[in-house]
Design a protein around this ligand. Structure first.
Ligand SMILES: [Zn+2]
Length: 250
């Protein structure tokens, strides 16, 4: 680790340790869209919880769904282990997640357990319906989680948490307002992504996508926009109660 990053990390530890909660729709979304940023949070000494609302049970041509969900859970756990993150899966089947009370309360209880200072999730305009639903669920749940009279299973969270939106897939219709330099951690991001072997095969098979090449192109493009080699882009949920004066990203 570089000295500057090390010192920066220690400063954060002394004064501003944060709990980071990253919520994706499927088991590999976070690695693709914000993996480098999560690695940098880890280097800076913050605590990270990452995982998926859906169990990934439809991302294959031939494997049965329940078997695939187990494989994908193990893949995601292996990836999370690289940055010592807590991992969760809310275990809703792919393409069966909707904005309803049951799903919202699952996310709400997760937020109350993780006690985040920041939540990272999908942009409301991303390409896949599950991603959009998860974005809305996080918006609702992160507000309701603070209400003492809502659902007593977990005690209320003490703050309306800032929400940062990850890039959309391939950056379509997404203009970042904040960037994170991931040049120094790019190989680790690839290593996390490579834990999701079943999806690398599936994307190659179903969409003719080489995952490494795809992700490298997006990171390089975002890097060009902020004068770095590789970067990830973000926007914030810009409504009352969510803004902070300090930068929340690494
Ligand atoms: Zn996804």
């Amino acid at each position: 680790m570089k000295l500057k990053a090390f010192l920066h990390g220690r400063l954060f530890l002394w004064g501003m340790h944060m709990n980071i909660l990253a919520v994706g729709a499927h088991p590999d979304d976070l690695e693709i869209l914000c993996g480098g940023t999560l690695i940098r949070y880890h280097i800076e000494g913050h605590s990270i919880t990452m995982g998926s609302v859906c169990n990934g049970n439809k991302g294959h041509r031939t494997l049965p769904g329940d078997k695939l969900a187990k494989i994908r859970l193990a893949e995601a756990q292996n990836s999370a282990r690289i940055i010592h993150a807590q991992h969760f899966c809310l275990n809703i089947p792919d393409c069966e997640v909707y904005v309803n009370r049951e799903a919202m309360e699952k996310v709400l209880n997760l937020i109350r357990q993780a006690k985040p200072d920041i939540i990272i999730t999908h942009s409301p305009n991303d390409y896949m319906p599950d991603h959009r639903v998860v974005s809305e669920l996080v918006f609702q749940a992160s507000f309701h989680a603070t209400l003492p009279l809502y659902n007593a299973e977990q005690p209320p969270h003490d703050k309306i948490t800032p929400v940062l939106y990850m890039d959309t897939l391939a950056g379509v219709d997404f203009n970042p307002t904040m960037y994170v330099d991931i040049t120094d951690v790019f190989e680790q991001k690839l290593a996390m992504l490579r834990c999701h072997k079943s999806q690398r095969d599936w994307l190659d098979d179903h969409d003719a996508i080489d995952m490494d090449e795809f992700m490298t192109a997006v990171a390089r493009f975002r890097g060009l926009q902020c004068s770095k080699k590789y970067a990830e882009g973000f926007r914030s949920l810009d409504v009352w109660g969510r803004n902070r004066t300090q930068r929340l990203l690494p």
